[in-house]
Design a protein around this ligand. Structure first.
Ligand SMILES: [Zn+2]
Length: 408
């Protein structure tokens, strides 16, 4: 592998250049722009590396279900390095990025290098990974190192809007059905092996409006909302005491979380008793918790209040709910990947549960062991002035190269 590592070091500028080229194409989602352009660039590079490529468009019926107008195509690119092995390792990269605000110090789509960092929208999430994958293949090919099993890449759209019209389609349709997979996740000495679940609720509290000079004629939805929020705070305290037996990066990540009021609105005028108040809940779910229990706990808290207050009218709406995705049990993938981290970083690779979800969850639910590993940008995903550390770009490429050569 020394030769492979040396090649990666020697081609640092080209690796940075490729990352920049990917960032320069503003694949902003929503709405999902320039997909064809970036797929063409990645495909050209893959063909040059001798990979077999195939474009797969997400069917219109699936776009329709997700409310996407089929003006822009949703293109998934598959690239294979087949060695005739029994097993296949899949590496995924989503090429869409979230929009950039106007508060960036530089143009988010004109990537620049400054003090060992490469700045640009989507560089950490997750275009640097895509460049790393491709450079890892190039280095292995030049050094004449065969992969441990068949290698399959997918470059997919729409992760930033839930993944249904990108990677989820490839998995659910059976187009992608590997033995192991690698996608985005933690970095440096940490790799992720799953993620917490998520449930979003919209809580609507209904009252009755009246003139504020005669408030007794109405029912104040805001005051009722305070009662509901207080009851849910008690639930939050109870929930926060739970912890997972799965490994996490920091002790604080062991617990479920419950954020109220991410969206909060209601009322219409100072001198009108408010007749409707609304707030949201973002609840992150442990592997040990079920989605049904999470829903029921919230409904039960509301029902306890309703019993005490006959005027209380509350509607609990579930916006989205997904269980955690993590494999129970061991996999050779985890040990091999940890060793790849150790070889490059000199530190034992550790596995940890992610708090946020990635596209890997679709494969994990099918029982496929998955690793999440990314180029380090100090958690600037979705932030202004997103960057990656160039040292990490090099190291991560080496880790991927080692993993591709070792995982069998
Ligand atoms: Zn991402």
């Amino acid at each position: 592998m020394k030769q492979v590592y040396r090649y990666i070091d020697a081609n640092r500028e080209r690796l940075v250049g490729l990352t920049k080229d990917l960032v320069k194409i503003p694949t902003v989602n929503p709405p999902g722009e320039n997909y064809e352009k970036i797929v063409s660039l990645i495909e050209k590079k893959c063909i040059k590396l001798g990979l077999k490529t195939k474009r797969i468009e997400t069917p219109r019926s699936i776009l329709k279900k997700s409310g996407i107008k089929p003006i822009s195509k949703r293109i998934n690119l598959i690239a294979r390095w087949d060695i005739g092995a029994k097993k296949t390792l899949h590496l995924n990269g989503h090429y869409d990025v979230v929009p950039a605000t106007s508060s960036w110090k530089t143009d988010p789509f004109k990537p620049i290098v400054k003090a060992g960092r490469l700045y640009g929208r989507g560089v950490e999430d997750m275009k640097a990974n895509i460049a790393s994958y491709l450079m890892a293949v190039e280095a292995l090919k030049v050094a004449g190192v065969e992969p441990g099993c068949n290698i399959e890449f997918s470059f997919t759209p729409d992760e930033e809007t839930g993944g249904a019209t990108g990677f989820a389609y490839l998995v659910k349709s059976g187009i992608v059905k590997p033995d192991y997979a690698i996608g985005e996740g933690y970095h440096n000495s940490f790799a992720s092996y799953g993620n917490k679940g998520i449930a979003w609720f919209k809580i609507e509290i209904f009252g009755k409006s009246s003139h504020s000079c005669e408030p007794y004629k109405g029912i104040n939805s805001f005051e009722k909302m305070i009662l509901v929020a207080n009851e849910l705070l008690k639930l939050k305290e109870k929930v926060a005491k739970r912890s997972t037996s799965f490994k996490t990066k920091r002790p604080v990540d062991r617990h479920p979380t419950m954020v109220m009021g991410g969206e909060l609105y209601g009322g219409s005028k100072t001198n009108i008793v408010p007749d409707k108040s609304v707030f949201t809940i973002d609840r992150r779910i442990l592997p040990e918790e079920s989605v049904a229990d999470v829903k029921n706990e919230i409904i039960a808290a509301v029902n306890r209040l309703k019993k005490k207050d006959k005027d209380l009218k509350v509607k609990v709406n579930v916006i989205t709910a997904e269980a955690a995705a993590v494999l129970k049990g061991k996999s050779a993938l985890f040990d091999t990947f940890s060793r790849s981290i150790k070889k490059v970083k000199g530190k034992e690779g550790k596995l940890a549960l992610l708090s946020g979800a990635t596209d890997m969850r679709f494969l994990i639910r099918k029982g496929v062991p998955c690793i999440g590993y990314s180029v380090d940008g100090g958690n600037t995903c979705h932030c202004d002035n997103e960057y990656v550390k160039i040292k990490s770009l090099i190291d991560t490429t080496k880790v991927f190269a080692d993993a591709i050569a070792s995982i069998a």
